[in-house]
Write a protein that binds this ligand. Structure first.
Ligand code: UDP
Length: 241
């Protein structure tokens, strides 16, 4: 089957793993995502995943409760590792080969992040899960997705959203005038303050010419549709498509 992309980075927020509970890890939801990933993997596409941690902990919450921001952010980075291990477990159940690489070394549970090794895994048909964010406080896993995409020369970042099918001019849940964009530039996203990814991640994507597709993860089969080049969601790049 003809696919549009050869090497993709899927950004999964922590929330995507929480299911309807909205908190923690829902094994059934993780399994559903893994089944979709298996289909994409079977197309021969190289798949890397950056997982978030917001379903367990966000640094900003700790900081609002009076914790030191950097300390709270390290807790957030550890949360992403838990999600990565859950995802790896369910991929393994489906016999999809995978490796977790962490930006902060914890060799007993996963490999440390080594760019060349990550690329090698992808070439060998292993799904690579990047955990631990960038390894630095004050950043996000969106920025991690942009950074890793640049490092491993991914063709696209697939920004999986929960129950939103693209980028809208306003919040479609509260504003009936909100319209969906088919395509946008990174500059539009930054200047209009659209909630696609944070500004650091957007500018990194812009500077390194990395396109994104923002799409609804909750519609079954969507990851496959995106990689096959079906026009779903909103495409963001340096030129409008
Ligand atoms: N985090 C961080 N540096 C990074 C990536 C993440 O400090 O490079 C921390 C930060 O506290 C963040 C938490 O990890 O709130 C979870 O990541 P994120 O909010 O990006 O997860 P998501 O919203 O995608 O679930």
């Amino acid at each position: 089957m003809e696919t549009k992309y050869q090497r993709v980075i899927l950004k999964l927020s922590g929330e995507a793993l929480a299911g309807s509970k909205g908190f923690g890890i829902d094994p059934a939801t993780v399994q559903t995502i893994s089944q979709e990933l298996r289909e994409v993997h079977q197309l021969g596409i190289e798949v890397a995943i950056v997982v978030g941690g917001g379903n367990i902990w966000r640094g900003s919450i700790g900081s609002e409760m009076g914790m030191e921001r950097a300390q709270a952010d390290y807790m957030g980075m550890l949360a992403t590792v838990m999600n990565a291990l859950a995802l790896q477990d369910s991929l393994e159940n489906l016999e999809v080969p995978s490796r977790v690489q962490t930006s902060i070394e914890m060799r007993a549970v996963a490999e440390p992040y080594i760019r060349r090794r990550a690329i090698r895994h992808l070439q060998k048909g292993r799904v690579v899960i990047f955990a631990g964010g960038t390894g630095n406080p004050y950043f996000t896993t969106d920025t991690t997705a942009a950074l890793r995409a640049a490092e491993i020369d991914a063709d696209v970042i697939l920004m999986a959203k929960n129950n939103v099918d693209g980028v809208y001019s306003a919040d479609p849940k509260t504003d009936i005038e909100a319209t969906k964009y088919e395509s946008l530039t990174h500059l539009d996203v930054i200047s209009k303050g659209l909630k696609v990814m944070d500004a650091t991640a957007s500018s990194l994507s812009m500077d390194n010419d990395i396109p994104l597709v923002v799409f609804n993860l909750n519609e079954p089969g969507n990851i496959k549709r995106v990689v096959l080049g079906e026009n779903i969601g909103t495409t963001v790049g340096n030129q409008e498509s």
